[in-house]
Design a protein around this ligand. Structure first.
Ligand SMILES: Nc1ncnc2c1ncn2[C@@H]1O[C@H](COP(=O)(O)OP(=O)(O)OP(=O)(O)O)[C@@H](O)[C@H]1O
Length: 234
């Protein structure tokens, strides 16, 4: 699905991620964990085409996407719900979804929007509200919904649960289960380690821009050195 080979990325002379090798299994949820500043967001944003790749290869369904503009990556099936959500706050919910759907033919808009609304019924009640007036949870649902409107095969979500109420977090994770059952591949950055260990299939832990642990979530749950040293769990 997505393979990073000896991948590095960063900002000008600064390298945020060094020599990362990571393979995402199709249809699996991979949790990307690690402390603040480890390079998680930089990795996602670089795969999406918004941060400079500094070395290595980035293969999406076998094709090297290094150097492709972000819009082209979206057309190939890569979507991101970025950190901070970055919604168009002065546009309505409906219009934010429309922006996501712009890479698809206009005739599929209503169908795709209704799929998003079935996944997040709360958005159906707020279709005409400005995105800036939504609650944090609704904004997160809209950011994911906008990404889904592009019909991705890989969905990357940065900080799914940050600042959200537990009940809303449950709804978002329920939606992820549904999407995985439909075959979507997900790369998830999340501070809530316990949640990720429950929901993810695979785990990659970054520290100071390097991968320090990779394996299945089941292995991660049973590895005390990992849970104590890197994930702060006991
Ligand atoms: N726009 C930027 N310009 C320069 N350096 C940046 C920029 N964004 C991030 N960095 C640096 O890159 C490194 C990795 O940051 P990144 O945001 O990817 O980490 P993270 O693991 O996502 O952490 P967090 O959980 O705090 O978002 C950090 O040292 C950070 O200061």
């Amino acid at each position: 699905m997505l393979e990073l080979r000896d991948f590095s990325c960063g900002y000008g002379a600064f390298q945020a991620v060094h020599g990362l090798n990571l393979k995402l299994r199709p249809g699996a949820i991979t949790g990307l964990l690690g402390p603040n500043g480890a390079g998680k967001s930089s990795t996602l944003m670089c795969v999406a085409g918004h941060v400079q790749q500094q070395g290595g290869a980035m293969l999406f369904e076998g094709r090297d996407i290094s150097g492709l503009p972000a819009t082209e990556r979206v057309r190939l099936g890569l979507a991101i719900s970025p950190e901070g959500r970055r919604l168009f706050k002065d546009l309505s919910v409906q219009d934010n979804l429309r922006v996501g759907g712009m890479v698809q033919p206009a005739k599929v808009f209503a169908h795709d929007r209704d799929r998003v609304l079935a996944l997040f019924p709360r958005l159906a009640e707020r279709l005409d509200s400005l995105a800036g007036n939504l609650s944090g949870g609704e904004q997160q649902m809209l950011a994911i919904g906008r990404a889904l409107m592009t019909r991705p095969r890989l969905l990357m979500i940065d900080e799914l649960s940050l600042g959200l109420m537990p009940k809303v977090i449950d709804l978002c994770y329920l939606a992820l289960d549904t999407l995985r059952a439909e075959g979507l591949t997900v790369l998830l950055v999340e501070q809530n380690t316990e949640r990720v260990l429950k929901v993810a299939d695979d785990i990659c832990v970054l520290e100071s821009g390097r991968s320090v642990w990779q394996g299945t979530a089941a292995e991660a749950r049973q590895d005390p050195s990992l849970t104590e040293a890197y994930l702060g769990l006991h």
